[in-house]
Design a binder for this molecule. Sequence first.
Ligand SMILES: [Zn+2]
Length: 408
Amino acid sequence: MQIPGFDFQPRTRFVFGAGSVDRVGELAHASGARHVLLVTDAGIVAAGHAAHVQRSLAAAHLRATTFDRARENPTTRCVDDCVAVAKAAGIDTIVGLGGGSSMDTAKGCNFILTNGGRMQDYWGVGKATKPMLPFLAIPTTAGTGSECQSAALIADEQTHQKMACLDPKCIARIAILDPTLTLSQPPRVTADTGIDAIAHAVETAVTTKRTPLSLMYSGEAFKLCVRAFPEVVLNPNDLEARARMLLGASFAGMAIENSMLGAAHAAANPLTAHYGIVHGEAVGLMLPHVIRFNAEDAATRAAYAELARAADVAGVGDDHEHALELLLARLENVLNLASLPRVLVDCGVDPEAIPTLAEEAGRQWTASFNPRALTRDHFANLYRAAFEPRGNEAPVSTRARRRETHSH
Ligand SMILES: [Zn+2]
């Protein structure tokens, strides 16, 4: 295979390890901070993590103002509320603490605070002209990889259209990866975000934008996450497994930053927009169908096989077809373990909605990086396939839904 050209500039410093959150004050101070805006949500405050960060900032003699109203799938209104708090306080540095929603809110706030206007102005790539404030990201979930991505995902308050606002200026200067913070994730969040991280590793490994460098991150991310996932689900207090999961999710984030995503994410977004299906669940539902579709292409099948071998899911002696089946079997295994719904009927999706969903999936930006080009009919077929049990899903009783509030 010819090696494609690439341009890789690492922009985010990684500070990894149990207890590393204690360094946030020192690190913010070294970035020139005097007054920090802490962007987080109520669940993280209740878990005691916000107080932890506030103590570290105070110890470094930094002023801190907290915005604790980040919401799942943050909207333009959530960002506007955050900007109002930031402006009133006169902050000079932003710390995001939480899941992807806190990170997106923090980044969205940074766009408006430094460049003015409204979120819609930055929908697309590189629309900001002025430099942004230093941003430090502290994830409390192992999933989105948002801590190493130069994108803010903000939904339009009116239309619920999710806008991807990409700009290298909004990326975190420092990602503090402290696995102890992820111990407080409720089981449902561990499962949903973990599946999302695994899907990131798989999708990035085959995109049209993949490079040898992004593949390195995809392979490592998949290896770390696919092994650690069963451990964190079955033994949530296993700090070592949590650490591997967090690192794997960040590596998957690095892979996305360098190779984008594919059709499972494109197909998942309309399901979240119309039916409120949690992102990781929607992606997990669509992923096996997208893999089977993509693997009809020989080069993509080889890329999946390569990923399976890199993670020791398949051996060097397995041919592409067998390696692909082993990859799918392993994914079925983790999806069943995650107790996710495996067919769309279980999520209240109306089959009549398929044409609308397919239309919207085709318009998703990530669809353009999928290794096989997809028409609306292709997406419709993928959704139809997701209505039919394949027989390898766990029985309903073992995937009884454990609905818990997603505060982070
Ligand atoms: Zn995702």
